[in-house]
Design a protein around this ligand. Structure first.
Ligand SMILES: *[C@@H]1O[C@H](CO)[C@@H](O)[C@H](O)[C@H]1NC(C)=O
Ligand SMILES: *[C@@H]1O[C@H](CO)[C@@H](O)[C@H](O)[C@H]1NC(C)=O
Ligand SMILES: *[C@@H]1O[C@H](CO)[C@@H](O)[C@H](O)[C@H]1NC(C)=O
Ligand SMILES: *[C@@H]1O[C@H](CO)[C@@H](O)[C@H](O)[C@H]1NC(C)=O
Length: 404
């Protein structure tokens, strides 16, 4: 039954791909959907768009709120922060709560130079110096490459542009996984980080209880036919059909709301404290595009209960890594000042799995468990109380570090 559903999923995905008529670049289907820069400007904040090239030729777009109109601090020194989104998401997720409650604006209003990253493959980062998105190798990446190449390129770009020596870093979900990959595989980057805030970090995943994810993991979480069918392709790209469906389902029309919740369940389980007025905007900006390998790599973390590189199967692993089993990431090399945030109702980044991290992290400052039994995976960015519970704390720690 499950095998059949994976074959069906693969067929749907191939069909969607075959029909995808959009340019590889920012292929936002409707003109009325704003880019991150337009969203920022619509609230009277200054916005910039920057293109960053990675070592392996991917071209990423970052958005920047260089200063705050409320502080009029364009000419004063401003420390920089890089904020990095999770799976299926993009820079928009840190803006949708609006100027009073979204992390990006809160940081700008606290005197920061705010940079929003976009991982390769999402709607804002679909260009490459040599390959088109139809090239068979374009989508052959997982969060390993995002951590090993995209984050370092974005950090170096920020430092070169601002003249700062280090940045603060905030990641949600996969934005944490990629930070761990960077710290372990490119340890020289640890010195370029002032403080690192990991909101709902999926690192070890053996205790995940997210049911959709677990069922898929039984077929795709280990090398074999399921993974072979799905790997190295874009998963559900932004597409007029899908977007139209989501727009309709997640509009404020109550008739469709339960459908929206079902679709939402594919992204994450828990919508307990979600700001529901956000849903139409979430639907118009998500899913922002991933390679299937990113999802498969997370499923492998669940099956192996280890944090290690992508498993291509013994033969390809030997060619690539020199061992049958992929090498584990050595997270004891992550010397950045780190803060972990965990939610009791988070089914993807389970508290039990996060509890394995402290003894391995040499410079952990705090493991902060949100004191609310209903706090879930998406609440870290979309909860109605996200400002008081998350943003204010993250920013207070950053300011303390900068003596602001
Ligand atoms: C994509 O990248 C190529 C190669 O750098 C460049 O020539 C092209 O103008 C870019 N396209 C867009 C839409 O930025
Ligand atoms: C679950 O969490 C516990 C406690 O941190 C850990 O010992 C165990 O390895 C994890 N994974 C599984 C599959 O139990
Ligand atoms: C947890 O969050 C829910 C939903 O916002 C709220 O109703 C409840 O009062 C919170 N519980 C505590 C202990 O803060
Ligand atoms: C909820 O989302 C709306 C729409 O983006 C936003 O205007 C509002 O400030 C948000 N509320 C909270 C408490 O985050």
């Amino acid at each position: 039954m499950l095998k059949v559903s994976v074959v069906i999923l693969a067929l749907i995905n191939f069909t969607v791909l075959a029909l995808d008529p959009y340019d590889p670049y920012i292929d936002i289907p409707f003109k009325r959907v704003k880019t991150s820069a337009q969203r920022i400007e619509s609230f009277g904040y200054p916005a910039e768009t920057h293109e960053v090239e990675t070592e392996d030729g991917y071209l990423l777009n970052m958005f920047r709120i260089p200063y705050s109109p409320n502080l009029d601090n364009a000419k004063s020194p401003r420390p920089a922060v890089l904020i990095q989104h999770g799976l299926f998401s993009c820079s928009d997720c840190f803006l949708l709560n609006g100027p009073d409650n979204a992390l990006a604006y809160n940081y700008a209003d606290a005197g920061y130079d705010v940079w929003l990253g976009n991982a390769r493959g999402n709607i804002y980062s679909r260009n490459h110096t040599k390959m088109s998105t139809k090239h068979p190798y374009y989508w052959a990446f997982s969060w390993h490459e995002i951590g090993a190449y995209d984050l370092p390129a974005m950090i170096d770009y920020i430092l070169a542009t601002t003249g700062e020596k280090a940045v603060h870093y905030v990641g949600h979900s996969q934005g944490c996984t990629t930070f761990f990959v960077m710290g372990a595989t490119r340890p020289e980057y640890n010195d370029k980080i002032k403080t690192a805030h990991m909101l709902a970090p999926p690192i070890f995943m053996g205790n995940t209880t997210f049911d959709v994810f677990i069922s898929l993991a039984t077929v795709m979480g280990s090398p074999g036919l399921g993974a072979e069918l799905m790997q190295n392709q874009v998963f559900l790209p932004m597409n007029p059909v899908i977007q139209r469906l989501l727009d309709m389902a997640c509009s404020n029309d109550p008739h469709f709301f339960s459908f929206c919740k079902i679709v939402g369940r594919w992204w994450s389980e828990d919508v307990g404290n979600l700001n529901v007025t956000l849903l139409p905007q979430v639907a118009e900006t998500h899913p922002a595009g991933i390679s299937t390998n990113q999802g498969i790599h997370f499923m492998q973390s669940y099956v192996s209960n280890e944090f290690r590189q992508y498993d291509w199967g013994p033969k390809k692993n030997r060619a690539r890594y020199g061992t049958d089993v992929p090498p584990s990431y050595d997270i004891t090399k992550i010397t950045s000042k780190m803060y972990l945030y965990s939610g009791l109702a988070d089914e993807s980044a389970n508290v039990k799995d996060i509890a394995r991290l402290p003894e391995l992290l040499p410079n952990l400052q705090e493991l902060y468990e949100i004191e609310n039994e209903t706090w879930g995976h998406l609440d870290f960015i979309f909860a109605t109380q996200v400002r008081e519970i998350i943003n204010d704390k993250v920013i207070a720690i950053s300011k303390l570090h900068d003596n602001l």
